[in-house]
Design a protein around this ligand. Structure first.
Ligand code: C5P
Length: 211
């Protein structure tokens, strides 16, 4: 179904160092992105999975590139081009800290102030790149106004689809997901499904879009 297609998938959180021993992270488990990478590979695609720090096994047939920070993820995605499709599932940190070269010591002058710098938006950058894959899919984790926010994100990011997850329940780290696929053609809402089943259906839809 997807033989001869190269697809980039990003998954997991990023870790943004504060100093040599501390970092800022988020609760992304990487499960949905890994399941999508596996489902695409099972359909014959050559998959490059750019993974943030997670403790998950590499799905069979997937080429995995491990990264830690958003900047490393951005470079790994760039290095993986060209591709027929990109599915950006990672929960990339919006900000990084201008890190301290030495461990920050507890002092008498009170808690340190962390100065945050904006990270590159990997999805938006890719969607506007001259080497843009034919199909660019973004994800959106929302707790309210899920579809409205996804429509706004579709325009802002320049992706072809936004797969919006309702994360108001226990989706992050959980095994099920309820999603809406938002594109210029409209909205398709799926019932709450196990993440593996979401991955399988999405892979079929991606295969159809690339056919
Ligand atoms: O803006 P927000 O983080 O909600 O957008 C989520 C989508 O954008 C996801 O597909 C995520 O992988 C992608 N993203 C990215 N680089 C960032 C932030 C988000 O690729 N710095």
């Amino acid at each position: 179904m997807l033989a001869g297609r190269h697809i980039i998938v990003t998954a997991g959180p990023t870790h943004e160092p504060i100093d040599p021993v501390r970092y800022i992270a988020n609760r992304s488990s990487g499960k949905q992105g890994f399941a999508i990478a596996g489902a695409l590979a099972a359909r014959g695609a050559q998959v490059t999975l750019v993974a943030g720090p997670v403790m998950l096994p590499t799905p069979p047939g997937v080429d995995r590139v491990d990264v830690e920070t958003a900047l490393e993820m951005s470079e790994a995605v760039d290095a993986a081009l060209p591709a027929d499709a990109a599915v950006m599932v990672a929960a990339v940190a919006d900000w990084r800290v201008a890190p301290s070269a030495q461990k920050i010591k507890k002092g008498t002058s009170g808690p340190p102030v962390l100065r945050l710098v904006e990270n590159p938006d990997i999805l938006a950058t890719l969607a506007r790149d001259p080497r843009r894959p034919r199909l660019v899919v973004g994800f959106a984790a929302e707790t309210e106004h899920v579809v409205d926010h996804a429509r706004a994100k579709l325009a802002r990011k320049g992706s072809d689809w936004i797969v919006a997850n309702d994360v108001s329940g226990d989706v992050m780290g959980g095994d099920a997901n309820s999603i809406h696929i938002v594109s210029v053609d409209g909205v398709e809402s799926w019932e709450r499904l196990p993440k593996d089943e979401v991955a399988a259906r999405l892979a079929d839809r991606i295969a159809a879009a690339l056919a």
